[in-house]
Design a protein around this ligand. Structure first.
Ligand code: FES
Length: 350
């Protein structure tokens, strides 16, 4: 029998009561006219005002660290919704917080793959170090800890995110070191993607505003490298072994004619006597700007299985793809980013 919402039994089970949001702390900075102007800027992006609610809730979090009662009121007033309607949305998604969040939000994936590789052990260790459970904040306000469902990075399991930036292939020791660095005020470099900021900064980014002080910092974050090696390991093996997806069965509806580049924009390959389809296939392979896209274009090429399908695609994966040594099976300790080694907290910038 499930406990009634709001009952002591339910709170003990979920850690939450039935309030949509908690009362505001006494020291919470108020939302300002600037917040309201930015909310209206978000609303103006959408044909229907209520479509702006999700980024507006992130905007509230960027100022107050959670969806406060004041933030719910502001969203309701600006969108012409009831506070109950806003609260219903804010309490549905786990990215909207009902309690003030620490400077950083540490999320530990405890879903199946991460868990069997140590995710739950990481969660337990961090919980002990911080003296908190799921969705609670350390007494010094530095870190809010939560367990998370699949963070869509199973190939890098076990995964921890800080303010939604990825720290891949963690173990108990590295995760402990990471959190200790955060508590010292450091910002260890994520394994891939943009540099770490903080929960309020990333909330502002999610609201659609830059969290960076200048264009160079924003550009550096956008251009930050992504480590794709584990993601591409299976594809590389398939290419090496000459494996490809089976042909579509007869009678499968063909792709819409408007897919792909318009023929007039297809760059010629320089080879003669090819059909327009092969010309287009060549151009797509040549235009691919990353190994995954290139491999996909090669697989879709009319010559797949001959020139492209059984060999390496032009500029092939052996040059730009995974660095997993040949013969090393995925899922072993040897698999993992070679050019972007696991971030070490001491290497980050404060
Ligand atoms: S199970 Fe952890 S990222 Fe998918």
């Amino acid at each position: 029998m499930s406990a009634l919402p709001g009952s002591p039994e339910a709170a003990a089970t979920t850690g939450l009561d039935d309030s949509p949001v908690l009362p505001a702390p006494a020291d919470l900075p108020p939302l300002t006219e600037q917040t309201r102007l930015e909310a209206r800027e978000i609303i103006a992006r959408y044909p229907k005002a209520r479509s702006a609610l999700l980024p507006m809730l992130h905007l509230v979090q960027s100022y107050q660290g959670y969806v406060s009662p004041e933030g719910v009121t502001l969203c309701a007033e600006e969108l012409g919704l009831t506070k109950a309607e806003v609260g219903a949305v804010a309490t549905f998604y786990t990215m909207y917080k009902r309690r003030p969040t620490g400077r950083h939000l540490v999320s530990v994936c405890t879903n199946t793959l991460c868990s069997v590789l140590g995710g739950q052990r990481i969660m337990d260790a961090l919980s002990a170090d911080l003296g908190v459970h799921h969705d609670e904040t350390a007494a010094d306000g530095s870190v809010t800890l939560e367990h998370a469902e699949c963070l869509a990075a199973c190939d890098y399991a076990p995964v921890v995110t800080v303010d939604y930036e990825f720290y891949d292939q963690q173990d108990v020791a590295s995760a402990r070191e990471l959190v200790a660095a955060l508590r010292r005020g450091e910002k260890p470099l994520p394994t891939r993607g943009a540099p770490l900021t903080d929960f309020r900064g990333i909330s502002r980014q999610l609201a659609g505003f830059s969290q960076y002080g200048d264009a160079d910092a924003a550009r550096a974050a956008i251009d930050a490298p992504g480590a794709l090696e584990p993601t591409l390991a299976g594809l590389r093996l398939a290419v090496e072994r000459g494996e490809s997806a089976p042909a579509m069965p007869a009678g499968t509806p063909s792709e819409p004619e408007d897919q792909g580049e318009p023929r007039e924009t297809v760059r010629p390959s320089g080879r003669t006597g090819e059909t327009p389809e092969k010309e287009a296939g060549d151009a797509r392979v040549a235009a691919a700007d990353n190994p995954a896209e290139r491999a996909g274009a090669a697989q879709a090429h009319p010559d797949a299985g001959a020139e492209y399908g059984r060999g390496r695609p032009p500029g092939g994966l052996d040059q730009q793809g995974t660095d997993t040594p040949a013969g090393t099976e995925p899922g072993t300790e040897a698999q993992g980013p070679a050019t972007h080694p696991r971030a070490t907290p001491g290497s980050g910038k404060a």
